[in-house]
Design a protein around this ligand. Structure first.
Ligand SMILES: [Zn+2]
Length: 308
């Protein structure tokens, strides 16, 4: 059994502008880190393109079609101040969601033990009817809905350790007790959601952390709150929104995590997945904006996946 790595060349072609932190160089940093000999055991797969029908499990079909129609033929088109489209953005976003969908299929088929999707744009801020926060389509939510509606999986969990709250995933999941969403995030911070009191139908777990919180607070949030709630939910499939912008070197936020924290949290999540769902885990890249920290953190995360 093996860890599969999904990516696609098209994910480099989403270009939000030369000064935008969500740059193609991010993906290069991750793939360079994963080209080390230590990762020779990864099974490398090209991400397919997500079908509109799959995206329409998490979004409205009208939104998906409007988003693809908004892709400019040249130059840039702005959805909001942070969320910019370039000619390559549609294909990149379809491959990003397609990676998670294919990884879910491979893990549920028992072909892969677990999988990591090295893709961009990220997805966790995208709501059913709205692209925002660098995100076009919600790849992880699409993968979760795919597992529910195409594979008949009863309970799917998403754990999100990106420094920002995954408002999009939360909003898509909030009314569905078959879906579980847990997040640690700096708070207050963009996008402003993720207060402790946001609990959905008992299926949302939010643990806001104050600026300058580090390893101790992060691990405590998982040990005391998120992991027990995840165990109680007993997922049949676990998805990870793997953002690495809670790293101490990240320029967009002020949490103080280090690479070892990403290895630690990945190991704990794999232990929970081993208890409940034969280790079936699909992780997808969200944020992470210091290139050195991003590469090293993603490497620590994937190394832990491979050790499962
Ligand atoms: Zn983020």
């Amino acid at each position: 059994m093996t860890t599969w790595l999904y990516t696609h060349e098209a994910c480099f072609a989403h270009d939000p502008g030369s000064h935008h932190p969500e740059s193609p160089a991010r993906l290069k940093a991750v793939l360079d880190a994963l080209s080390d000999q230590a990762f020779a055991g990864l099974v490398r797969r090209e991400a397919p393109r997500a079908a509109v029908e799959d995206l329409a499990l998490a979004h409205s079909r009208r939104f998906v079609e409007a988003m693809l129609k908004a892709i400019p033929a040249t130059g840039h088109a702005a959805i909001d101040a942070d969320t910019i489209l370039s000619p390559g953005s549609g294909e990149a976003a379809l491959r990003a969601a397609g990676a998670v969908i294919a990884a879910v299929d491979a893990v549920l088929a028992g072909e892969a033990t677990n999988a990591f999707c090295a893709v961009r744009p990220p997805g966790h801020h995208a709501e059913a009817e709205r692209a925002m926060g660098f995100c076009l389509f919600n790849s992880v939510a699409t993968g979760a809905e795919r597992a529910r509606h195409r594979h008949g999986i009863e309970r799917v969990a998403v754990v999100d350790f990106d420094v920002h709250h995954g408002n999009g995933t939360q909003a898509i999941f909030a009314a569905d007790p078959h879906l579980f969403y847990a997040s640690t995030h700096q708070w207050p911070l963009y996008p402003g959601t993720g207060a402790r009191g946001e609990t959905g139908v008992g299926n949302l777990v939010n643990v806001p952390l104050r600026a300058m919180a580090g390893s101790r607070e992060f691990r405590q949030a998982f040990s005391d709150i998120i992991l027990p709630a995840l165990d109680a939910f007993a997922p049949e499939l676990l998805l990870i929104s793997a953002g690495f912008d809670a790293h101490r070197d990240d320029p967009l936020a002020q949490l103080m995590l280090v690479e070892a924290d990403y290895a630690w949290v990945t190991e704990r999540l794999l232990e929970s997945a081993a208890r409940h769902c034969r280790g079936r885990v699909v992780s997808s890249l969200e944020g992470g904006y210091d290139l050195t920290a991003l590469g090293a953190s993603a490497a620590a995360h994937v190394a832990a996946l491979m050790a499962a």
